[in-house]
Design a binder for this molecule. Structure first.
Ligand code: NAI
Ligand code: BGC
Length: 316
């Protein structure tokens, strides 16, 4: 059937196919569609599950109806975890629900593997809804990923206060509220829980015309280190993933333009834009037992972008 005639649901469920089946059914369009969703799930099935200890554990992933959050939620499901897939607005509700449905269909009768849950991460009561969803549906909470975020370009001398407030609310207050909800549960119930906060290379690299965004990412890094230190004695681990330029909806417009894409590639020593799976791999390792001695760390997943690429030839 021509791609254009597929319903949104068929397009998304095409992702459930193995890439072999996908190529047979949709040819090259399968790969293009996966890229459009920011979901480059080319992880070979033999690679997952990699961490058997994660099976049956429960994660909340915020902003998980697109891009990195979607990829992380899917990877956790592939590892055998149960996931609360948070989405913000009706625009992306279908993505979250279809991801949950795909895994629920394969689950043992009467059991759920995933639930899609609407919540705005800037609202305390809505964050509580996510925690309750984990506990009511799955009966436990082990991992919380604060992934929701946004960015918008403004010359800093023209940055409206409303835009500043919104960036702080989603990117920074959202991380605080999510972490606090998870920590409260971990402390009260003696859970050796793990929190991952999505910062960015801009936790250390200044970003002109995105000064509000860079400020939040730097703030996430220090908040993460502070709470990592505060709760390490309880066995709770808190880390950042600091991605570089990864192909997702947040920057789709930029990377669809060949000139802008090339300019960014030239800023990356590995000379490629990152894939969602590059980040999802890090997110799986960081909650697994293999990283049990790692806390307060920022794991850069950036192809070397944060390594001062202009020094590559030894100039200076
Ligand atoms: P994305 O735009 O696909 O994902 C962001 C998600 O956050 C969206 O699903 C959006 O609906 C959700 N969101 C926004 N406001 C929300 C709110 N108030 N409540 C709940 N959810 C809300 O983009 P991407 O790239 O997947 O971004 C995920 C995180 O990764 C963000 O924190 C971003 O800053 C960070 N990041 C992304 C990089 C990239 O190159 N794609 C690089 C470095 C960091
Ligand atoms: C932003 C991307 C950008 C990357 C490198 C990330 O934090 O979300 O849009 O390409 O940093 O500048």
């Amino acid at each position: 059937m021509p791609y254009a005639e597929l319903t949104a649901s068929q397009r998304i469920s095409s992702l459930a196919c193995s890439s072999h089946t996908g190529r047979e059914r949709f040819g090259w369009r399968f790969e293009i569609h996966a890229t459009m969703l920011g979901a480059q799930y080319k992880t070979k099935s033999k690679e997952v599950p990699m961490y058997p200890e994660l099976q049956g554990q429960v994660a909340v992933v915020t902003g998980a109806a697109s891009g990195l959050g979607y990829g992380i939620a899917k990877r956790y499901l592939d590892e055998g975890m149960n996931v609360v897939i948070n989405y913000h607005s009706d625009k992306r509700r279908e993505h979250a629900e279809e991801l949950a449905a795909r895994y629920n269909e394969k689950a043992d009768a009467g059991k759920l593997r995933a639930v899609a849950a609407q919540a705005d991460v800037t609202q305390e009561d809505e964050i509580d809804k996510l925690r309750h969803a984990a506990l009511e549906v799955f009966g436990r909470l082990d991992v919380w990923v604060n992934n929701a975020g946004l960015e918008a370009r403004h010359p800093s001398h023209k940055l409206p206060k409303e835009a500043w407030d919104k960036t702080i609310a989603v990117n920074l207050t959202g991380v605080f509220l999510g972490s606090r909800a998870a920590l409260a549960h971990f402390v009260e119930h003696d859970v050796r829980g793990r929190i991952i906060n999505l910062s960015s290379v801009h936790e250390v690299i200044p970003w002109p015309t995105f000064s509000d965004y860079a400020t939040t990412k730097s703030g996430i890094m220090m908040y993460t280190k502070s709470i990592a230190l505060e709760y390490a004695r309880l066995g709770i681990r808190v880390n950042c993933i600091a991605p570089g330029a990864i192909e997702t909806p947040i920057n789709a417009e930029k990377f669809d333009d060949p000139e802008l894409r090339g300019r960014t590639e030239n800023m990356i020593p590995m000379h490629r834009i990152g894939k969602v799976t590059d980040v999802a791999n890090a997110a799986a390792w960081l909650v697994s037992g293999q990283s049990r001695y790692v806390t307060g760390h920022s794991l850069f997943v950036d192809g070397g972008m944060s390594l001062y690429p202009s020094f590559e030839r030894g100039d200076g």
